[in-house]
Design a protein around this ligand. Structure first.
Ligand SMILES: [Zn+2]
Ligand SMILES: [Zn+2]
Length: 260
């Protein structure tokens, strides 16, 4: 017994030494202030630039995740905008606003091939209190990229986020189903205003194989469409619409960051 404990503590000590050597040879830096090898909870953010500061706080609209009041006020099922023009998904969750560390994580993942950032994203997601219950037994559906864009980038960041979510909550019985495809190439949403965004992605998605999806899932299946950044919610809403028009009623949305 004593020997076994010794072996375990030896192993921990060895991995600690190894990670120090790696840090020495390939220093990590805080992505916001440049501090070398931050030793807090996050690998790529120092204590001072801690991503937890960027978690969305305050009362939010449960439908679109817009902040509607300060912390302590209860959440609301719909905000004024959702009453006027409701998105197709029933409810949503986001980790944080598109600022500071949350913004940097989204950029690293999407544009810099930054899969190393997924570990920090997972640590941050685990801090979001409603997340575990939100994802319980869900089928995660990544927002698809058009094949030409995926070819260029080499990966779909929404798929990577789906895998990150499943790893963060191993006991939530999550499944990932790549059942949507993008049927037309759309210009990037980032340069368009709200009205044009909705038009830009309208009818841009379809089920890759409707028959197979209907055989695999039923009306009660709870889907969560997953994207990296939600801006006007037009993309997530169009994906939810595609699922709902196929007869699936239980469709929610998740984005890592929300541009407010
Ligand atoms: Zn820093
Ligand atoms: Zn709302």
């Amino acid at each position: 017994m004593e020997n076994m404990e010794k072996t375990v503590s030896d192993k921990i000590a060895a991995s600690e030494i190894l990670s120090r050597i790696v840090d020495f040879l390939f220093p990590r830096r805080c992505l916001l202030c440049g501090k070398v090898n931050p030793d807090g909870k996050y690998l790529h953010f120092c204590e001072r630039c801690s991503p937890e500061a960027d978690i969305l706080r305050g009362a939010r609209c449960l439908r679109c995740s817009e902040i509607v009041g300060t912390e302590g006020i209860p959440d609301t099922p719909t905000c004024a905008r959702c009453r006027d023009d409701p998105p197709w998904f029933n409810k949503s969750l986001v980790v944080g606003s598109f600022t500071n560390a949350v913004r940097q994580m989204s950029i690293e993942l999407k544009y810099r091939n930054g899969t190393y950032i997924l570990a920090d994203m997972s640590r941050l997601l685990a801090e979001v209190r409603p997340a575990r219950a939100f994802f319980d037994k869900a089928v995660l559906v990544p927002v698809p990229l058009h094949y030409s864009r995926k070819l260029k980038r080499g990966y779909n960041q929404s798929e990577l986020i789906c895998r990150m979510i499943a790893k963060t909550f191993p006991d939530a019985n999550l499944r990932i189903a790549k059942i949507l495809k993008r049927i037309r190439r759309t210009p990037t949403q980032t340069t368009l205003d709200r009205e044009h965004r909705a038009g830009n992605v309208r009818n841009a998605f379809a089920l890759s194989n409707e028959k197979a999806a209907k055989a695999a899932f039923d009306k009660a299946t709870r889907f969560v469409v997953v994207d990296d950044v939600m801006t006007s919610s037009a993309t997530l809403s169009e994906c939810a619409k595609t699922l709902k028009r196929a007869g699936f009623k239980n469709v929610d949305a998740f984005a890592f960051a929300r541009r407010l």
